[in-house]
Write a protein that binds this ligand. Structure first.
Ligand SMILES: [Mn+2]
Length: 343
């Protein structure tokens, strides 16, 4: 087995589809029609309330292969698999043992990446969602509309407590990932604010991720670089800082390429041609020039008229846009020579 299953995958910037829970033949056909060869599943609906089994994981990979696709990443196991681990509660060692099994099973089934987060109370959104152009519907968050005194778990859980719990988990789980060739990709806290419901959110800024990679310098641990969240944390400068630091070190495992309008406290998700990052080509070029050579997905997209539940209309727009950006950064150097203009 290679050091990482990821190492036997293509080494180039490319689009992939993602955020599917239970990929139907229709979805897999759709991915192939868009010209992508890779996809990711989010909160995959495999059987099992404690761990995922080898046979189910293998069947998912085989189904993908029948459509000519690679199942690159499973993002987010159910929180019930590791909630006690995140909270440092009794029973965490049993959950860790099951997670070790899930990782062994993933490795044996040939699925290279496990996307993880560190949010015991998950992603927070504000209702109702926002109306975007033409009446399309998008997720939003505004901290002012949430109860500042809420304690989701009845107590305050500090930054250092969340770090201690993360360390405890990684010390036990990273060696298994290394042995079985699986790579972890950590998503930012969404929204990336200091705390919600009394629970500290430690992956909310550059420093949090640097602390993670400083503490655990393993090729099997890196970032699921969600540009939407990094844009919320500090806009263009923050996104470029993250790319320039983590990409050359091989720590960007894959990308969620999207944007928002606003900041972590108050933002609205948007179309790929809108948002804080006015020049998306600059971002794609930064990825290329800093050596990023993996896949990127569209992540969240506005819901368009007559869209499916899994947003194939909204996704088609984003994927087409991202494919064109990749084309430009790959072909521009040659193009500059066409008319005798020096590169
Ligand atoms: Mn994301």
């Amino acid at each position: 087995m290679p050091e990482r299953l990821l190492d036997s995958m293509p080494k180039e910037i490319r689009v992939a589809l993602g955020q599917f829970r239970d990929p139907s033949d229709d979805m897999l056909t759709y991915i192939a029609q868009l010209g992508a060869q890779d996809f990711q599943m989010n909160n995959a609906g495999f059987p099992g309330d404690k761990q995922w089994e080898y046979e189910d994981l293998l069947a998912a990979r085989k189904k993908a292969e029948k459509h000519g696709l690679r199942l690159m990443s499973l993002e987010n196991v159910p929180n019930s698999f590791f909630d006690k681990v995140m909270l440092g509660e009794p029973g965490r060692d049993e959950q860790i043992a099951h997670m070790q099994n899930t990782i062994r099973n993933m490795g044996r089934a040939g699925i290279p990446i496990l996307g993880i987060h560190w949010m015991p109370s998950s992603v927070w959104s504000t209702n109702p969602p926002a109306k975007r152009r033409g009446g399309s519907v998008a997720r939003r968050f505004n901290i002012a509309e949430h109860d500042p005194d809420e304690l989701t778990f009845g107590r305050v859980i500090t930054d250092e407590e969340m770090w201690d719990n993360f360390k405890y988990y990684m010390e036990r789980i990273l060696p298994v990932a290394e042995e079985f060739g699986v790579t972890f990709a950590v998503h930012p806290d969404d929204p990336p604010v200091p705390q919600l419901g009394g629970v500290a959110r430690i992956f909310r800024n550059f420093e949090g991720f640097k602390r993670m990679t400083d503490t655990f310098d393993s090729p099997n641990l890196g970032l699921n670089f969600c540009i939407g969240c990094w844009s919320e944390m500090g806009g263009r400068e923050n996104v470029l800082r993250g790319i320039r630091y983590f990409a050359p070190r091989g720590k960007l495992i894959y990308i969620h390429f999207r944007d928002v309008e606003g900041t972590a406290d108050n933002f609205t998700e948007c179309y790929i041609d809108e948002g804080n990052l006015e020049n998306k080509l600059e971002i794609m070029l930064a990825l290329k020039e800093n050596g990023f050579n993996s896949f990127l997905i569209d992540d969240h997209v506005p819901h368009m008229i007559d869209d499916t539940r899994w947003g194939h209309r909204g996704r088609a727009y984003a994927i087409g846009y991202l494919s064109a950006l990749i084309d430009v950064v790959n072909k521009m150097p040659a193009l500059s020579k066409v008319n005798g203009v020096p590169a």
